[in-house]
Design a protein around this ligand. Structure first.
Ligand code: PNS
Length: 190
């Protein structure tokens, strides 16, 4: 993924990192459920958007999986959060991710890794996607360590039990979580 050279002139390491993905017109897909977007996701979006010309954050439409927010609500929350990033767009998809990425002209799928526990599931998906579409490469990015414990599932649980998730999700997401799951709201799917 990266060409990487190190020189130690004058006891100083000069790292020259050339992102090979950064070719004119390079597109990457960052897929997920995003139910809802967290600051960990946003951190990965920031990192990925610096590596490619265009990043498409893609929300899976999956009728079979119960979600707290509708796909429209989730895409809207992500759009609000990435409004200041000109090379990031948001859309939804269904069917096979590998086919969608190929249709979209993307050579890269971005996934965030928080801890070793994410690895097994991610490895299986990446290898299956590679088998389906060898031309589409999966790239794993490390979310900032400040977010390594943050997941959509946990923030929903914490808010539903009256806890504070300030700083772990964007402010607009925090408001919507409180409106839907706060102690005064009616019960909803976690
Ligand atoms: O945020 P999530 O729930 O971990 O994201 C999972 C996602 C959307 C990346 C994965 O479920 C997916 O790619 N679904 C699309 C269907 C598909 O391609 N299945 C085969 C995956 S190898």
């Amino acid at each position: 993924m990266f060409l990487f050279s190190v020189s130690n002139a004058a006891n100083e390491y000069n790292r020259v990192i050339v992102p090979s993905a950064q070719q004119p017109g390079s597109i990457a897909i960052y897929p997920g459920s995003f139910d809802p977007l967290t600051n960990g996701h946003l951190d990965v979006i920031g990192r990925a958007s610096r590596l490619v010309d265009h990043l498409v954050v893609s929300v899976l439409r999956n009728e079979a999986k119960a979600a707290l927010f509708t796909v429209d609500e989730r895409t809207e929350m992500i759009r609000e959060a990435v409004a200041g990033r000109p090379n990031v767009s948001v859309e939804s998809f269904d069917g096979l991710l590998a086919d969608y990425a190929a249709r979209r002209g993307a050579r890269l799928i971005i996934r965030g890794i928080r801890a070793i526990s994410d690895y097994e599931y991610e490895l299986q998906m990446a290898l299956m996607n590679r088998r389906l579409r060898p031309e589409v490469e999966t790239v794993f990015l490390l979310a900032g360590e400040a977010f390594s414990f943050v997941s959509s599932r946990l923030v929903k649980e914490v808010v539903s039990l009256g806890g504070n998730v300030h700083g772990l999700v964007p402010p607009a997401v925090e408001q919507r979580l409180r409106a839907r799951l706060g102690r005064d709201s009616s019960p909803a799917a976690l």
